[in-house]
Design a protein around this ligand. Structure first.
Ligand code: NAD
Length: 370
């Protein structure tokens, strides 16, 4: 049986509460599966600023690099809001992404059928729930391209001086595109074998290169059926027929926007897991999409499910235990179908509200019963 090293970064706000719950669930996985997990807790975010004077201490990054996977709660809070950008808790996230070479961000937009009334979409559109995986390129494209701001000497057609002029350049190399597309194809292989490559190939040269690379590598994944979709169309289809989309792979900026749109369809931020992956064999980082929720921190009422579902992704993607990941997802579906709710996902008419701890116990119970 394997032994896995997991670096745990509880962070700030509700981060420690939801990571503690998730470690409890992983301990149950260990008991049942026989695989061992050793947890090393390290600091990042506001707590690291208070303790060590910096958001991402070198020791934290070192421990993460030496681990098989990283579990992160959340960082940030009003206490550190006045600090300059590179000193703020959130700078730890950028440092971790860069330090671990995390180029792929996977966000699951899951709407469990039991919670369909939380969705802002019409009930008939989400009748059987939604389960979309968005694979976003994380370290290239326009967010990392050359940029500039300078006064322009030119005028508009009507003679108005242009004034200041700014530019941001989108650049993608074949190698960058290929590695993220492979994450997309491999993810599709683990799911319904259907992949949507989202781009703007009618306008952008970078998108046309994405299409060429897709067509070059697609024959290596003969079981995956793929389609290309313009980003404007994708943003409409997410609302019109969300249940028919499965894995979407796209560039940094398009993924940023579409993953937020897809998350909104579920209506519950406390339910959305994510994974950030680097080169094969390197540790991935797993965290809920939500932040540190300072408004409910320390009350024991945070929904732990997004972090628990992130651990399910960890089992699949970093630890090579997909069947255990699937069991965790089933356990979460089970507790929801039995009507167990934390305060943030309670539906009208439901009165039995569980604490973070109680919800965690229910998930563990359901997992053990599988
Ligand atoms: P947030 O996600 O922390 O909270 C938004 C709302 O959702 C709040 O009402 C909160 O109570 C609720 N919520 C979030 N997660 C919940 C959960 N698990 N259970 C129940 N309710 C939940 O977003 P915010 O308020 O905009 O940000 C708070 C802090 O978190 C800020 O400092 C922000 O910079 C930081 N942040 C960190 C991350 C991260 O660490 N990856 C991500 C987003 C925001």
């Amino acid at each position: 049986m394997a032994m896995f090293k997991i670096a745990v970064i509880p962070g700030d706000g509700i981060g420690p509460e939801v990571t503690e719950s998730t470690c409890e669930v992983l301990r149950a996985v260990s008991e049942k599966s026989g695989h061992g997990f050793s947890f090393t807790e390290v600091m990042a975010g506001g707590i690291a600023i208070d303790t060590c004077g910096e958001p991402l201490p070198a020791e934290t990054l070192k421990t993460c690099k030496e681990s098989d996977a990283v579990l992160l709660g959340a960082v940030g809070g009003p206490k550190w809001d006045a600090l300059p950008g590179n000193k703020r808790p959130e700078a730890a996230l950028l440092g971790l992404r860069k330090g671990l070479g995390l180029f792929a961000n996977l966000r699951l937009a899951i709407l469990f059928p039991e919670l369909k009334s939380s969705s802002p979409l019409r009930p008939d559109l989400v009748e059987n729930g939604v389960d979309i995986l968005i694979v976003r390129e994380l370290t290239g494209g326009i967010y990392f391209g050359k940029r500039g701001l300078a006064p322009s000497e030119e005028c508009l057609e009507d003679g108005t001086p242009k004034g200041m002029e700014a530019f941001d350049i989108e650049t993608y190399s074949e190698a960058e595109i290929e590695r993220i597309l492979r994450v997309g194809f491999n993810s599709a292989m683990q799911r319904k074998k259907s992949l949507t490559v989202v781009d703007k190939a009618n306008i952008l040269e970078t998108s046309r290169l994405w299409r060429k690379v897709t067509e070059r590598i697609a024959p290596e994944y003969p079981e995956v059926s793929y389609e290309f979709m313009y980003v404007d169309n994708a943003s409409m289809q997410l609302l019109r027929r969300p249940a028919s989309l499965d894995v979407i792979v796209t560039s940094n900026m398009f993924g940023d926007i579409l993953s937020d749109e897809a998350g909104m369809i579920t209506g519950s931020i406390g339910m959305l897991p994510s994974a950030s992956l680097g080169a094969p064999g390197k540790p991935g980082m797993y965290e809920p999409v939500h932040g540190s929720a300072p408004d409910i921190a320390g009350k024991g009422i945070a929904n732990p499910l997004a972090t628990i579902l992130s651990a399910a992704l960890m089992l699949r993607y970093s630890l090579g235990l997909p069947e255990e990941g699937i069991k965790i997802e089933k356990a979460v579906a089970d507790v929801l179908s039995k009507g167990y709710r934390t305060a943030d996902i309670v539906l009208s008419g439901e009165t039995d509200i569980l604490s973070t701890k109680e919800m965690t116990e229910k998930v563990i119970e359901a997992y053990r019963a599988l």
